[in-house]
Write a protein that binds this ligand. Sequence first.
Ligand code: COA
Ligand code: AMP
Length: 626
Amino acid sequence: MPSRYDEVYAAAMADPTAYWGKAAEGIDWATPPSRIFDPSLGAYGRWFPDGRLNTCHNAVDRHVAAGRAEQAAILYDSPVTGRRATLTYAQLQQRVAKLAGALAALGVAAGDRVVIYLPMVPEAPVAMLACARLGAIHSVVFGGFAAAELAARIADAEPKVIISASCGIEPGRVVAYKPLLDAAIALSPHKPAACLILQRPELPCELTPGRDRDLLEAEAEGTPQACVPVAATDPLYILYTSGTTGKPKGIVRDNGGHAVALHNSMGLLYGIGAGDVMFTASDVGWVVGHSYIVYAPLLAGATTVLFEGKPVGTPDAGTFWRVCAEYGVKAMFTAPTAIRAIKRDDPDGKLLARHDLSKLEALFLAGERCDPPTAEWAAALLDKPVIDHWWQTETGWSITGNFRGLGLFPTRFGSGGKPAPGYAVKALDQAGNPLPPGETGTLAIRLPLPPACLPTLWQAEERFREAYLTAFPGWYNTSDAGVVDAEGYVSVMSRTDDIINVAGHRLSTGAIEEVLASHPDVAECAVVGAKDSLKGQVPLGLVVLKSGVAKPEAELTRELVALVRERIGPVAAFKEARVVARLPKTRSGKILRATIRRIADAESYTVPPTIDDPAILEEIEGVLRQ
Ligand code: COA
Ligand code: AMP
């Protein structure tokens, strides 16, 4: 079938009101929007400004009403605990309504914030949907972050209630969440009124009297709540992501645009409809988890797999394929790093061959640049389309991709595909002029952004404008560098800022530098993302010691690694620090991080003309080659 991409893309761009107005018909509205887009509102306009809806109703209740009560909504599969569970749409509705009752009893109402710090257990989507049901705003924090990162999010979101668990389970170790939660609350100037704690049998915890309640008990006693319609422009959630400084950015997602765009994306990109099974192997703490473990599959009336495990080691590199075969997964989505891990452990696909993957129609990859050999390996073994698609926490869904709902156009490995209907993507030069096809520049999206993309940052409108809208007036700056070729394929090559991507996790080198700089022996430091064959990038720290300090490098590294683990969390995967005499800087004192990175990756580099003292580069090269 020839792809209808060109025709549909052109129509959506020529008449966005018609395209998104039609897409909005896929959603149940309490008050349908009379206007699709109002350019006069917010920083660049707002979608469906006078519509009212409830996202939980659209993700749960309407499917029960439409005859899907007994269909599985969530399939929980946890190789790390050996547990499995199925939640039908009817069961999900009941649990969500009762947990909403427990939250309401604690005073949570529309517009209030609830922080969710949970591992990959069914209670995570139940908690998210319970907030959505009340019109409350959830903010999920990834379990691999340490207390200080959690504290920063509590301080910024000011939640009334925190929902957490006694522990998470990593291969080979149980991660006690309660001490992290207690430490975070102690660190945060804002304190929640109450915490609901899921007790897990692997490591139950003591509840703090007067503050904590057992989550399941509270849920059982909750009075079921109805869905509360909210304005389409009201926030559904805040998701914090790394910015260039240590202070994370609170990405705001609204209810209406999100429901419309995500529902639309299920057929458009993934070819998934009601009754189909989707498996997204990520974590609810990331945007991929928010969108494609929780909201989009449920908005579509599909079944979603909630997998608590890793691509390898739980128990082996065949675990993803087992899940696909057992549950009849039609579309699978993960990060390239997971495929690299599987490829490393099962290069010939012997474990894959043990499973019946006849129902699997395509593999989707995102979260970091996908190196062509990894995509080629997966495509050859699976003999199915492997689709790389590019997006960000900020956008909530794919900026570019290939579109199963329109018929696929030929895939080119190394490219994230072509812009999704609604996105006008160009590579710009430094002055903001669109570059000719094939030339590398900063990838930018012509305003307005399509529905679901962030309208602002949580209580930081100025920071939103500065970070995204100021560099190129009229455009959203993605801070990704790349190329748009003559046929419209977009290739994303690297970030233009200080963000690195470690195993599909977005980290700020600035945040790691702040931690290293706080060590009493460190005078100054620089952190860059060095190439890594498994994780894509890993952070590498260069530190200059204060004069008179003569600590062995190995001892210092141990201390720095422990410090980053304690302040940011194990997810930073910070393992390597090297002591150098000086850092390369420009004459105005800016550290030349891009040059350091090239040296670390053993790439050729040109000596920057603005460098203060070129001899430093040779010194650095000497240290890193040792
Ligand atoms: N809670 C607590 N700790 C966590 C955690 C969580 N939810 N997730 C990760 N960690 C810890 C890990 O245990 C590890 O700790 P360690 O240093 O003590 O070993 C550290 O954080 C780094 O974790 P990770 O990046 O997962 O590396 P790994 O070496 O354990 O595993 C992969 C490598 C490739 C298997 C793993 O990175 C992976 O599954 N990647 C897929 C990423 C993904 O889904 N990204 C989402 C974006 S789409
Ligand atoms: P996050 O906000 O954590 O989803 O990270 C977003 C960043 O990850 C993007 O800005 C890119 O730098 C990178 N990224 C995500 N998907 C892709 C992709 N398919 N190709 C290249 N880079 C990607």
